[in-house]
Design a binder for this molecule. Structure first.
Ligand SMILES: C[S@@+](CC[C@H](N)C(=O)[O-])C[C@H]1O[C@@H](n2cnc3c(N)ncnc32)[C@H](O)[C@@H]1O
Length: 457
């Protein structure tokens, strides 16, 4: 017999929120039926409007708060809360950290059945604002002026945003400068519907330690009108700029950057440091967006790897070699694997830049390359994985279990797939000893974790 749903669409009901979902919505229960309501916080009493009902759960909209949680804070920037990915901005930073830590604990128990793994208190930021070293904002037009900001969810309407509270000030300044100068020079924005116009996105990157700024202007057209004037004004207005790049993307696509990149002024790359390791960052390379917390994360990776200088290390999913080179300072040899071949070129260049001759990089899928290495008789003492959100491929996990490195360090941006993979490794002979959550993305629902596993005797 099917269960009766206790509420109907458009009902107004009073609820008490009990929990938060993994994407930050409040959870209220009506006769056991869960209702997900964005902006509701545990302990709060509120009036909500039911906007959708499904078999197992429904969705509501917050109409009125009767009792506020002590963790609720005034939203400093409602635009970024609504559209800019800052889903937790209405929760005090302390409350956000608690929420993320709980979420990691719950998922490890529920999905991974890992009852005795030590989960440390989350490492948060002392200053959790203005941390992002990169922005890529879409450009549109309103009342004859260029606007840049966020897309409204599930729409392509741009909401003008003049300052993002999670981006570094240099990034905000750069975006504003490009927008205002392009408006003055009459450079038209891209029209997505008609696939006409010029300016699609403004991208800015900043090296926090080096103080070097890169501006990337993404256009539909191969030609950038008034480019000399634009460059001249940008250089005058942005004293930290070291590189101005033009990227052409003439496809009808949601992908931001196209394949063609041309340096308009200055250098092809900017540099930045994590600890003492120097990295060259080009317009197209992946680089962690929170440099302060990246150092915290990589220090943990080094601690968990426990290197004495004699170990052979494999860094699967190595990107531009950031973790590999950090570990190469203390290992005998590091072998990095990454599927994007341009990132491998960057990793090789970065090894040279730092005079690290004990790091070797290979382009390919980790689940293909590492099993082959093992079949050829090569094994590692320590294996580091830092996969995308979907977690590690099963073939890679099976190879780890057969290869038996003494330690595995698992870096993860998705606690659910981390829990799943830790369970597989535990069943395969490893002990997940400890998990350290790190807040790399304050005010968003994302949480990074690093875990140490040791081979059971
Ligand atoms: C979360 S990032 C980590 C990058 C790097 N460790 C860092 O901290 O900058 C994951 C990386 O895995 C790469 N990747 C995705 N699937 C892969 C696969 N099957 N084999 C190897 N690398 C892969 C992505 O291109 C990306 O660079």
């Amino acid at each position: 017999m099917s269960k009766i749903i206790p509420v109907s669409k458009n009902d107004y009901i009073d609820v008490v929120f009990e929990d938060l979902t993994h994407d930050g919505a409040g959870v209220a229960k009506v006769d056991g039926y869960p209702l997900f309501v964005p902006n509701g916080l545990p302990g709060e009493k509120a009036k909500v409007k039911v906007i959708k009902t499904g078999k197992g759960y429904g969705f509501g909209r917050l109409i009125e708060l009767y009792e506020k949680s002590p963790n609720r804070v005034d939203i400093a920037s409602s635009e970024s809360h609504k559209y800019g990915g800052c889903q937790l901005e209405h929760i005090s930073y302390e409350g956000q950290l608690k929420y993320k830590e709980n979420q990691v604990r719950q998922v490890l128990t529920r999905i991974g059945k890992l009852e005795d793994v030590i989960v440390h208190p989350i490492l948060g930021m002392d200053e959790p604002w203005h941390y992002r070293n990169k922005a890529q904002v879409p450009v549109g037009e309103k009342d004859g002026k260029l606007i840049a900001g966020f897309f409204k969810p599930r729409s392509h309407e741009i909401v003008e945003t003049n300052e993002s509270l999670i981006q570094l000030p240099e990034i905000n300044e750069a975006v504003q400068a490009v927008k205002e100068i392009c408006t003055k020079l009459g450079i038209p924005s891209y029209n997505e519907e008609k696939h006409t116009g010029v300016l699609r996105h403004i991208m800015a990157r900043y090296g926090l330690k080096s103080g070097e700024l890169m501006v990337v202007i993404v256009t539909r057209t191969a030609d950038l009108p008034q480019k000399n004037q634009l460059v001249e004004e940008l250089v005058t207005r942005l004293p930290k700029v070291k590189s101005i790049v033009h990227n052409v993307n003439n496809k009808r696509t949601n992908v931001i950057l196209g394949d063609k990149t041309k340096v308009l002024w200055g250098a092809e790359v900017i540099y930045d440091y994590i600890g003492d390791v120097k990295f060259a960052i080009s317009a197209l390379s992946f680089y962690q967006v929170n440099p302060v917390q990246t150092k915290v994360l990589y220090d943990k990776a080094l601690e968990y790897a426990g290197l004495s200088g004699e170990e052979s290390v494999i860094d699967a999913y190595c990107g531009i070699g950031t973790i590999s080179l950090f570990l190469a300072q203390r290992a005998k040899k590091v072998f990095g694997v990454e599927v994007v071949s341009e990132a491998i070129d960057d990793a090789k260049r970065n090894a040279e830049l730092n005079g690290l001759t004990n790091a070797e990089f290979t382009a390919g899928e980790a689940e293909v390359v590492i099993p082959k290495w093992y079949m050829d008789g090569n094994a590692a003492d320590v294996l580091v994985v830092d996969p995308p959100r979907k977690g590690c491929d099963e073939a890679l996990l099976n190879t780890i279990i057969e290869m038996k490195p003494k330690k595995v360090v698992y870096v993860s941006c998705n606690p659910a797939t981390l829990a799943r993979d830790l369970r597989i490794l535990e069943d395969g002979g490893y002990k997940a000893v400890e998990v350290q959550p790190v807040d790399m993305f304050p005010h968003t629902t994302h949480v990074e974790c690093i875990s140490q596993l040791v081979l059971k005797m």
